[in-house]
Design a protein around this ligand. Sequence first.
Ligand SMILES: *Cc1c(COP(=O)(O)O)cnc(C)c1O
Length: 358
Amino acid sequence: MTRPIRTTIDLSALRGNFAVARQRAPGASLWAVVKANAYGHGLMRVAEALDDMADGFALLDLDDAVTLREAGFRHPILLLEGFFEADELPLFAEFALTPVVHTLEQTEMLTSAALPAQLPVYLKLNTGMNRLGLSAEELHPVLSALETTRCVGNITLMTHYADADLERGIDWQMAHFEEATQGCDHPVSLANSAALLRYPKTCRGWARPGIMLYGSSPFPQFESAEQIGLRPVMTLSSELISIQHLQPGDRVGYGGIFTAERPMRIGIVACGYADGYPRRAPSGTPILVEGRRARTVGRVSMDMIMVDLEGIPAAGIGSPVVLWGDGLPVDEVATAAGTVSYELLCALAQRVPVIEKA
Ligand SMILES: *Cc1c(COP(=O)(O)O)cnc(C)c1O
């Protein structure tokens, strides 16, 4: 018997979620965003499952892009931060990779490179997020330079939204985008998951859905994953490995931050922050025991958390526990822990064994 923690990756849910993206963005080509090891789900596993569905794969690391190529994927591959040094450019050409170009420095490296093949380029415009991207003033000179660079092929204009999931929305950024790109007839790439779902007008050219593919809502405060028609791909599960009986006044775990006010039966779950469960999840974070909703008590430790077994008399050592996923949306756990599903999914630890479900 091994430690009972495991993560199940439901590949049919992944494919179903991709189909939702396709249906909601009928006019667009779709990059499957697989950065951060496919949001913790496993790059190669996700790419294989979406092989015949995705129009391309978007990620960050050159090594990962090369790994996909060497495994036989022939899709377009987009590097969302582009290249960092000029000496990477021959690899972009060799493996037919598409860089995002977002600085004058990258432009300079590209226009002075001698490459054996033409690279398609995504030119990124900063429309108010103020993270990556050229300013409106820089756009036209860079565009002219790239249009006349021999090793540059098709150019796509992209931007990224700061508030697609929030009240402020995207119109303010679109106004900047339309103004800066007036008169350009290059294709565009605009939407992340939130924009794809909330703003159909952004679903032209190439959309870039990430989080929705993994079955999480990009805006759980407005609409749950289930309401959108998404199914959880990752289920993190474990078991109870011990039971404790508390008397009123007894405290639980490091720092004793939870105190029993009445006699309590609590279960000890084999899952802690070294497995990727967020340490800042407070007492009261939802968790499933024997398929029933319960709440955590006390501080999350490295390898364990504690759960109040009130109302679950059948629970004992060996009872199944779901930390998030099937039956308990990761969005609910993330909200309780004061973070977003992205962070929980990406932080899944290497030590947790993975089981694939077809
Ligand atoms: C991560 C990322 C996406 C995907 O965002 P989601 O919110 O996960 O859909 C899209 N575009 C860019 C540039 C990104 O970095």
